[in-house]
Design a protein around this ligand. Structure first.
Ligand SMILES: Nc1nc2c(ncn2[C@@H]2O[C@H](COP(=O)(O)OP(=O)(O)OP(=O)(O)O)[C@@H](O)[C@H]2O)c(=O)[nH]1
Ligand SMILES: [Mg+2]
Length: 220
């Protein structure tokens, strides 16, 4: 067998593992607005972070194949707490409050920021943070601030582009290349970039496969 065939087989296996991983139960089980309300650490956690309105809750719904598991916003800044979803019996997905929503009061922003930072730094079972970036806009300075923080705290993260359906065909390559180049210099960034659309189910199977690979690496 050639190495290409092996690679293809591995990719197919991971996609199947990813499909199975998300084919079972998915349930909301905890919400935390302050650190002392975090649920006990159990299994592996994977967090979804990103600017307000980037599509975090929608992507969690797309991954789990449930339209109403995580609440999708009609107004930005909707998710104001860490929401925990148990997927199968080995893993939890964590829907994080969005950052960078200007209309929210300063005191509230500070409270969220401190909650998010403490959670990200102090959670031993947090295997990876998916940092969602709107494919139409690319990396904004507020995103690079967050990536700087994750690099500094050595929290493993992977960038996932959202709303890929809204990108014109000719824009995809250059958008991906630009972000890939920016990530190459970042120590805690996982190199694979995934383009998704919750609306069109684009890249959702790839993201499930990335989660399956992560769990396999962790021996979970
Ligand atoms: N075109 C398009 N719109 C999307 C997609 N995913 C989400 N949206 C829209 O973007 C808006 C925000 O989606 P959410 O999933 O609530 O975003 P969020 O990041 O959880 O937002 P906050 O909780 O407020 O931080 C909603 O109007 C969604 O319908 C997508 O793949 N394509
Ligand atoms: Mg949300």
């Amino acid at each position: 067998m050639t190495s290409t065939a092996n690679t293809t087989d591995d990719a197919a296996d991971l996609h199947e593992a990813g499909r199975l991983l998300f084919a079972g139960s998915a349930d909301f089980y905890a919400a935390a607005q302050t650190l002392d309300r975090l649920p006990p650490m159990e299994g592996i956690e994977i967090a979804f972070a990103g600017r307000s309105n980037v599509g975090k809750s929608s992507l969690i719904n797309a991954l789990t194949g449930r339209n109403t598991l995580a609440r999708v916003s009609h107004t930005p800044g909707r998710t104001q707490q860490l929401n925990f979803f148990k997927v199968g019996d080995r893993m939890s997905l964590v829907d994080m409050p969005g950052y960078g929503y200007a209309a929210v009061e300063k005191a509230k922003v500070e409270a969220w920021t401190s909650l998010i930072h403490s959670y990200l730094k102090g959670r031993a079972n947090l295997a990876r943070v998916f940092v969602l970036i709107d494919a139409r806009h690319g990396l904004k300075s507020i995103d690079t601030d967050v990536l700087d923080g994750l690099d500094k705290a050595a929290v493993s993260y992977q960038v996932v582009l959202t709303k890929g359906d809204a990108l014109k065909k000719g824009q995809v390559e250059s958008r991906l290349a630009g972000i890939q180049a920016a990530l190459a210099k970042r120590p805690a960034a996982y190199p694979e970039l995934i383009l998704t659309s919750s609306r069109d189910d684009l890249g959702v199977a790839d993201l499930r496969a990335a989660v399956a690979r992560l769990l396999a690496e962790r021996g979970a």
